[in-house]
Design a protein around this ligand. Structure first.
Ligand SMILES: C[S@@+](CC[C@H](N)C(=O)[O-])C[C@H]1O[C@@H](n2cnc3c(N)ncnc32)[C@H](O)[C@@H]1O
Length: 242
């Protein structure tokens, strides 16, 4: 993870309590709660995942994979914040996916939230191949990805995102591998004021700590430029193995 991204995740950890994060959390997988199959859950590129925390709270066994120790340690601290006698089990794995081997399990739910857009579509095919071999009839895969309407794609900016998705891309990844589309939501919304305040503070910290620059005018202008037209534009989908 770059130093800039680390500063953002540190800030999110500092500013959002676990309780606040869980209040903001929406999980469409719960639509299929009654019909879901038994088995462990895995979240790949989990970060400080509210999915992991939700299922931990619900007494489930959850694997949390991330390539970054800060994220895994933060997630562990958040899990400790909500631990009760009913909590399940979280197995933390520091690994770079897809090179890292998946645990020898068949998963009931696979979460890929804000992860696939860091890979080319060709590499996403390899990722879904690997995951698919750890699923069975009834397994659900949830993805949240940046849509092609994302502002970085619209501005044709250079970035670390490798692919911006449309419905057809997701169908192409899942349907030939024996999945059916259960859920598709293309979401666009304005950021909250607290989100924008965090971005502003993030840009200040990047300037102070990475560039050793303290000019408030430059920082303010850069934050304004970054936030202009910056809406949340993502796709959430769920596919079920048939
Ligand atoms: C944008 S964050 C998403 C975190 C979380 N899933 C969410 O939706 O809030 C991406 C996460 O994936 C992790 N990551 C990036 N590349 C990875 C890889 N190849 N294997 C495992 N984790 C990776 C990063 O450390 C980071 O925590």
């Amino acid at each position: 993870m770059t130093e800039e991204m680390r500063l953002l995740w540190e800030l999110r950890k500092e500013k959002y309590s676990t309780k606040e994060l869980l209040e903001l959390h929406e999980n469409p997988l719960n639509l299929y709660k009654e019909e879901s199959i038994e088995g462990p859950i895995i979240d790949i590129g989990c970060g400080q995942s509210t999915y992991v925390l939700e299922y931990y709270k619900k007494s489930k066994k959850v694997y949390a994979i991330d390539s970054d120790d800060f994220q895994l340690n933060s997630l562990k601290e958040r899990a400790d914040d909500i631990k009760t006698a009913e909590s399940g089990e979280i197995i933390y794995i520091n690994g770079i996916f897809p090179a890292h081997k998946l645990p020898n399990e068949i998963f009931s739910i696979v979460v890929l939230s804000n992860f696939l857009h860091f890979f080319s579509l060709k590499n996403c095919h390899k990722i879904i191949d690997k995951i698919s071999s750890h699923t069975t009839a009834g397994s659900l895969i949830l993805t949240q990805v940046h849509s092609s309407d994302h502002y970085v794609n619209q501005r044709k900016q250079k970035s670390h995102f490798k692919h911006f998705f449309q419905k057809a891309d997701l169908d192409e990844l899942f349907i030939p591998r024996g999945f059916e589309r259960m859920y598709f939501a293309q979401i666009e919304h304005e950021n909250s004021q607290s989100h924008d305040a965090i971005v502003h503070e993030w840009i200040r910290r990047v300037h102070n700590r990475v560039y050793n620059s303290y000019n408030e005018d430059i920082i303010k202008k850069e934050a304004e430029r970054y936030l202009e037209g910056n809406r949340q534009t993502h796709i959430t989908s769920i596919y079920r193995k048939t």
